[in-house]
Design a protein around this ligand. Structure first.
Ligand code: NAD
Length: 435
C-alpha cells in the first residue's frame, strides 16, 4: 500500500518506518523543515534504540522517504496517518489545532479514496471533527479511523512490531479492512486487533495512560506511608505485585511520572470529564501526588543539609525515563529548578539528553558534564533522577573521592542501600526503610 504519515515525531517516524519495514511504500511528512532535512541527510532527529538502522535500511530500499510537501505525501496515498502533537491547551484540554490543520491539508491534497487514520492521542469526538475538516475540502471519498498508539519511548520499535494489542476505532467496512491488512504482519502471534467504535477507541488510549499514572501515584503515596510507618516499600511492592490480579509493572515508586503523555493525558481526561459534568476526583489526587513527588529529592536534600544555599548538587539523569532523549515534563526539570531556586549549583549528566538540556536550561548556570563522574566532582551530594543502566552499579570508591560529602539520594530506588551505607555513604531512597 502507499501510506502517508503526517507528523514525523516519536510516533510518526516509528509508525512510518515500521510499515515500510513490512513492504509498504511510506512517505513521512513534517512541517518542520529542519527535521526533514536531517532525515534526508541520513540523520535521526530523536534518540530511539534500533530506529536508525531501520530507517536507513528502508530509505536505502526506497520504501521510506521524507517530505515537507503535502502534495507529494498525500498524492496517491491509500492511507494517511495523522501523528502530529496534541499538547495541552488552555484548561488542560488537548489542543486539536495541529490535528485539524493536518486533516484539512490531507483533505485538500487527496487524489484518490483514502483511509485517514488518527494516531495522535485525541479527545473523544475528535474523529467526527477530523471528518468535518476533511469533508470541507476533500474532492475524493475518505474513511476516518481512530488508531491510538501505545508504544513506549525507549522501546518503541519493539512495542510497534510486537504490540500487546492494536486498538482500532472504525465506522466503515473499508476502514476496518484496510487496518486489518496493515496490522496483519504485527499480530501474527495472535495479539488481538480490537475493533471498536470511534469514541471507545479514542477513550481507550486515555484510560490506559490514566490507569498507569494512577498505579505510579498509588505507589508513591504508599512509599510516603512506608517512610512514616517504618515499612520498606520494595518489600511491599514485591508482596502485592506477585498477586496475579495486580502484577508487577508500573509499581515502582520514584520521583514522579513525566514525559509527553502521562501528565497531559491525565489532565485531558479530567477536562473531558468536567465537560460532561463529572468530577474525576481520583485523577486529581493522582496529579497532586505526582507534583508532590517531584519535590521529594529537593525536600530530602534540604532536610539533610538544613539549607541548599551555596551547595553543589550532582544530578544523574535528565530524560523523563531511560533510553530516550525526551525531556518533556521530565521530573528532572522540577528537580533542577527546585535546586536552583534553593540557591544550589547543579552539575548534571545524562547519556543522551544533554543536547535537549542545554536548550532547556540555557543561561541558568547548570553545568552539563560529559560523563557521570565528572558531574559528581566536588558536589555535596549526588541525586539519581533517571535510572539509566549505566548508573545502576556505580563505582562507589570513586564516587567517595569525588564527592565533597558522601550523600546519595536515590530517586529511583536502584541502588543497594545496604551496600552504599556499608561503603560509608548516607543514603536516601523513596519509601525505603532498610539498613
Ligand atoms: P512529536 O512532537 O514528537 O511529533 C509531532 C510532529 O508533528 C512534530 O515533528 C511536528 O513538527 C509535526 N507537526 C505538527 N503539526 C503538523 C502539521 N500540521 N503537519 C505536519 N506535521 C506537523 O509528538 P509525538 O511524541 O510523536 O506524539 C504525537 C502524538 O502521539 C501525540 O498526540 C501523543 O500524545 C501521541 N503519543 C505519543 C507517544 C510517545 O511516546 N511520544 C506514545 C503514544 C501516543
Amino acid at each position: 500500500m502507499r501510506i502517508a504519515v503526517v507528523g514525523t515525531g516519536y510516533v510518526g517516524l516509528v509508525t512510518g518506518t515500521c510499515f515500510a519495514e513490512t513492504g509498504h511504500t511510506v512517505v513521512c511528512l513534517d512541517v518542520d523543515a529542519r527535521k526533514i532535512e536531517t532525515l534526508r541527510a541520513g540523520g535521526i532527529p530523536i534518540y530511539e534504540p534500533g530506529l536508525e538502522e531501520l530507517v536507513r535500511r528502508n530509505v536505502k530500499e526506497r520504501r521510506l522517504t521524507f517530505t515537507t510537501s503535502y502534495a507529494e505525501a498525500i498524492g496517491g496515498a491509500e492511507v494517511a496517518f495523522i501523528a502530529v502533537g496534541t499538547p495541552p491547551g488552555e484548561n488542560g484540554e488537548a489542543d486539536l489545532q495541529y490535528v485539524l490543520s493536518a486533516a484539512e491539508d490531507i483533505g485538500r491534497h487527496l487524489t484518490r479514496p483514502c483511509v485517514v487514520v488518527d494516531k495522535s492521542t485525541v479527545p473523544v469526538g475528535s474523529a467526527e471533527k477530523v471528518a468535518e475538516a476533511l469533508g470541507r475540502v476533500a474532492q475524493h471519498p475518505f474513511d476516518v479511523v481512530s488508531n491510538p498508539e501505545f508504544l513506549k519511548e525507549g522501546a518503541a520499535i519493539e512495542d510497534f512490531m510486537r504490540p500487546d494489542r492494536v486498538v482500532v476505532g472504525v465506522a466503515s467496512d473499508r476502514g476496518r479492512a484496510v487496518m486489518a491488512e496493515l496490522y496483519a504482519p504485527f499480530v501474527r502471534a495472535e495479539q488481538p486487533v480490537l475493533f471498536m467504535d470511534l469514541r471507545s477507541a479514542e477513550l481507550t488510549k486515555y484510560a490506559a495512560n490514566a490507569m498507569l499514572a494512577t498505579r505510579i501515584s498509588f505507589m508513591n503515596e504508599m512509599a510516603a506511608l512506608c517512610e512514616r510507618l517504618g515499612a520498606d516499600v520494595d518489600q511491599v511492592r514485591r508482596g502485592i505485585g506477585s498477586d496475579r490480579r495486580i502484577g508487577h509493572p508500573f509499581l515502582f515508586p520514584g520521583v514522579g511520572f513525566g514525559g509527553s503523555c502521562f501528565p497531559k493525558d491525565v489532565r485531558a481526561v479530567m477536562t473531558m470529564a468536567r465537560h460532561v459534568g463529572l468530577d474525576f476526583d481520583l485523577l486529581r489526587s493522582v496529579e497532586r501526588v505526582n507534583e508532590r513527588q517531584k519535590r521529594w529529592l529537593v525536600e530530602k536534600a534540604t532536610k539533610h543539609f538544613g539549607s541548599l544555599a551555596g551547595k553543589t548538587i550532582a544530578v544523574w539523569g535528565l530524560a523523563f525515563k531511560p533510553k530516550t532523549d525526551d525531556m518533556r515534563e521530565a521530573p528532572a526539570i522540577s528537580v533542577v529548578e527546585g535546586l536552583l531556586g534553593a540557591g544550589a549549583r547543579v552539575r548534571a549528566h545524562d547519556p543522551v539528553a544533554a543536547e535537549v538540556a542545554v536548550r532547556l536550561f540555557d543561561g541558568r548556570g547548570v553545568v552539563l558534564a560529559d560523563e557521570p563522574y565528572a558531574a559528581a566532582e566536588g558536589a555535596d551530594a549526588l541525586m539519581l533522577v533517571t535510572e539509566w543502566n549505566e548508573f545502576r552499579q556505580p563505582d562507589l570508591a570513586r564516587l567517595k573521592t569525588l564527592l565533597r560529602q558522601p550523600v546519595l539520594l536515590d530517586g529511583r530506588n536502584v541502588w543497594d542501600a545496604a551496600k552504599v551505607r556499608a561503603a560509608g555513604f548516607t543514603y536516601y531512597g523513596v519509601g525505603r526503610n532498610v539498613s
